[in-house]
Design a protein around this ligand. Structure first.
Ligand SMILES: [Zn+2]
Length: 65
């Protein structure tokens, strides 16, 4: 998985803070930047992508060539 660019970051309901990134394959992934102190999801680890595919942030401009 290669990161193309960062799209932003957000706080998950479990308390983890994740960065949202776009990969070269066009997928959007969330990578845990800081695990929430009360997070119970064992798949959430610092520096690891979450299992669920991230919601791609809506873009205001969509260029369809
Ligand atoms: Zn979590």
């Amino acid at each position: 998985m290669r990161i193309l660019r960062g799209l932003g970051s957000r706080l998950l309901a479990c308390g983890c803070f994740v960065g949202v990134y776009e990969t070269y394959s066009g997928e959007t992934v969330e990578i845990v930047e800081e695990r929430g102190p009360r997070c119970t999801d064992l798949s959430h680890e610092d520096g690891r992508a979450t299992r669920k595919p991230a919601q791609p942030p809506r873009r205001s401009e969509q260029h369809v060539a």
